[in-house]
Structure formats: C-alpha cells, structure tokens
Design a protein around this ligand. Sequence first.
Ligand code: HEM
Length: 545
Amino acid sequence: MSQNSSSFSRDWSNNTGLAWHQIASDDITAGTVVFTTVAAVVLLFFYRFSSPPIDPREPPLLKPGIPIVGHLVGLARYGIDYFEVLRNSKRKPSPAVTLPILNGKAYVLFDRTMIQSAIRHKNLTFDVLGMEFAQRVFGLSDLAMEKLWGPDHDIETSAAGVTMQRIKTAMTGQSLFRMNAAALNYIAEHLNSEVGEAGLKVPNLYRWLRDFMTMATAEGLYGSDNPIQKQPDLIDALWAFEGNMQPLFVGVMPKLIARKAYTNREKVQAALSRWYVARKDGAPDVAEITKVRVNTLREFDFPEEEIGWAEAALLFVATTNTIPTLYWFVTNVWLRPEVVEEVRREALPLVVLSDGVDGGKRIATLDITQLEERCPLLVGCYRESIRLGNQSVGTRRVLVDTVLTDGAGNQHLFKAGCDIMWSVKTLHRSEDVWGPEAMEFDPSRFVKSEDQDVKVERARKQAYVPFGGGKHLCPGRNFAFAENLGLMAALVVGFELHGLDAANVRLGDAKMGEAVAKPPAGAEGGEVVIKRRAGWEDVDWKFMC
Ligand code: HEM
C-alpha cells in the first residue's frame, strides 16, 4: 500500500466530517478514492433501485453489469448475438428473462413453445411497434400518424389496421398470380436478352441479384410504368437507406445522426410521391396490393403528399428480405454440383419446350405452380437457406397482462405495456432442435421421408419462424417464394453458373432491424459468368404462373 493511501485511511477514520475541498487540496489520491466510493455507492443505489417492480410470476430479472443502460449497451455491442449472450448468462437455462432497461422492462423468450404462443396470442401485438417503426424509419408527420391511427386509436378500425387486413387478400389467388407473372416475365425477358452466346459476365453476384431482382419486384408491384424503371439509381438509394437505417430507430435529429439513410430515403420517397400524385397506381398492370394500400389511405384522408413517403415501406418490405434470401439460396445450391444435378432432374419435367413462332427461337415454359409439389429438394434448399440466413428479432407488445405456458408446462406472467422479443437466429441454429450440425447446410431437413421422427419434426416446426406468424404472418411470403424459386428453377435447368468460389461466400451477421443477413464485403459471391447450358442455347424463357 502506498504512503498516501495509508495516510488517507488514517485521516478518513479520524475525520468522518472531512470537507470535500480539504480532501481535494490535502490529498489528491484521497479525493479520488472518496469520489470512487461515492460513485460506487450511487451506482449500487441505482442498481438496487433501478430495477422495475417485478411480480414473482414474471420471468426472472436479469440485471445488467451497468445499471439502467447495460442491456442497451449489450445490444449495441453484440447486436443480434446479444440474445445468445443473455441465454448463456444464466447457469440454469431459463425459458424467459426480464430485462430492466432505462426505467422500464422488456422480456426475452427462449422457450420455443412459449414463442409460438406469443406469436399467435391475441393480447400481444406488433401493430403498435410497427407504427412506431414506420414513423421513425419513414419519417411520417404527426398528421399522417394521426390519420393512420384514426381518432379512437383503435387499430382494428384504423387506416393501418384496415390496410393490413385488406392486403392479405390482395396477396392471394389471382391477384398474387398476376403479380408473380409481372415479376417473372421481367426476369425471363432479361435472361433471354442478356445471356448471349458468350454468357453474361457478372462482376459481383450479390450486387447483380440485388439490382436485377429489385427491378423485377418493382415491375411486380408497380407494373411497366414503374418509378424505378424510370430512375434506376433509386436501386442504390433504396439499399443505401436500408443498409444505414439503424440510427433512425432513435427517432431524434434523423438528418444529423442518420445522414446517409435520410438523404437516400428522401430520394426514393420523392420519386414514389411523384408517381402516386400522378395517380399512376390506377394503371391496370399495377399489383392489387399496391392499389389496395393506396386506396385505403385515400379513403381515410391520409395526406396525399405523404403517400409516397408511407408507401416506401411497401418497396422496402418487398425487397430487403427476399433478395438477400435469394443470394443465400443461389450460393448454397451452386456451391454443390451434386445438388445442382438433383434439382435439375426435379425441375426439368416442369418445362415444356415448343417451337418459336415463324421459325424464331424455341420457347421454354416453366410451370411455377407445381414447384412446391414436384421439386421437394429445390424447396428444401430454399427453406434451409432461409433457416441459416434469417436472423430476425420477433417482437410483440403486451396489451393486457398475459400468462404464457412454456414447454415444461410452467406459467409466466407478462405485464401490459412491456415488449416481448425473441431471436430467430437462436431458434434456427439451436442444436437441441437441428442437431450438432445445426450450422451445416442440409436441405434434407425439409424433405419429407418415411422414417421421420415425429418429435424431431414437431420441434423443428416450432423452431422455424422466418415469416413470423398469427395475425402478422408475412403476407409477402408466397410472392417471395414465386420470385426466388421461379428464377432458380430456370437457372438450374437452362443455365450454368461458372466461377462461383466458396472463398467468396460467407454468411455474415444481420444488423438490428434486418430480418435476413447480407453478405459482408468480400463475401458477395465475387465474379461469375452465367452461360446457357448445352442444348438450351436457342430458347426463350417464359413462366406459367
Ligand atoms: C424471404 C422474404 C421475406 C421474409 C423473410 C419476410 C419476413 C417477415 C417477417 C418476419 C414479418 C413479421 C411477422 C411477425 O411479426 O409475425 C413480416 C411481415 C410483413 N411482411 Fe414479410 N418477409 C419477406 C418478404 C415479404 C414480401 C415480398 C412482402 C411484400 C410484397 C412482405 C410484406 C410484409 C408485410 C406487409 C408485413 C407486415 C404484416 C403484418 O404486420 O400484419 N414481406 N415479414
């Protein structure tokens, strides 16, 4: 012990009423120690009393190392993997925990039975969180939010609630088929015209898929006179907004703290505003989902000049998860020649070849309506790619005090006003469910077989939630399926992908707010050449939807 600290000990014991200025001038080390002690006492005080009141029936409290903000610091530091850190922080695994955050609390669920109940429970909603997200991320005015909520703040009768109900039918049946056809026809036309005799050289596979499929999706949503076709630089703007949006979640000074997201968002929103103000949504080839959404907003008197602002959300949800998923699907399949061969055998019978008109090219028509039933391995590859690529965080707000039961039959109380979260990444990679090779790509997990273990199947069904569920189940999943499987089936049957190297493909981590991981820089598939297969050089592709 130093001379100074021992003299401080003596002084301290003799002078309990010592003045601060005396300490500071007499003995700087003593001042430091007193300051540290007081700070520690204050922190301990906060640590003790910062914890929100907790009912013994609620999940156990998990206090952070740093009081009040510790869990926010953890989320900022570890991102989505913080859920795994939390799960492993209890010596005995707990089905759920309560996190004290600022002056409130949130719950994290780990038990898959309870997660399934939470996803579907009528007392738990995503609506409120979705509205908060919309205002912050898409910069809607208070007036616009008032119109979305309606005067009674009753979500079921509000513009937002009615829109959500109506888009469900707009994404099924004939409306869905027409939308699929528009997107897939764009894909076919471009494969037909761009993959010539020498093949198509693609300098960066992810970037090519991103740009190509953003345009195809825009064609599906907005028809041939779509805003992106007119201004292709909007593709970069959309992805720059999406890739930098996290600071927007804070909801303050967006122009300052989220400059890149803000300026790129404005670019996309301004173009969409011009499109909606010109009433281009009335064209017959515009998708039903696009029409239903905008017509409902108009019915509820939503400010016309903000329609493009709000509707950027549709373009956003329709592209930002589907396209990274497609990248993992393409790379997982094409890095395995034996899988390519097998899915080629499966998809081939769905293609009908006919002579072209007036001696023109032969037409290869691919029937996508039968993909699900007749191409189990291809579908298995898609589901497995989703399992590994999807890293979303599921969320619900508790509307009234609610009890959920875990897999062991124990009940847990969740208090009204708090948020519940779960990590899809943790569920999709759980070794308890998927086995010790949970991180390996194995499409057979999703291919039905005679000797399937019922228990294992049940656990997998519970743990596989890439599209959420219940009232909020993703209404776009079938459109994503048609786009991704349609393109892949045509690619495997009629084309070869040369030059794809495993060294250029690496699964990265999603940022908070992203549902699907994007490839990190340097792992975007590198340069590849797409060539027509021998015997398929002279065909034009078409899709039957
Ligand atoms: C592979 C692609 C996709 C993935 C992984 C995905 C994932 C999700 C997830 C996890 C949710 C939240 C569900 C919940 O909380 O229970 C969601 C909701 C939603 N998705 Fe998707 N999605 C995809 C494609 C699409 C597409 C293509 C569209 C539109 C064309 C779309 C439109 C929506 C909408 C509107 C919601 C909100 C539903 C509601 O709150 O009622 N999604 N999606």
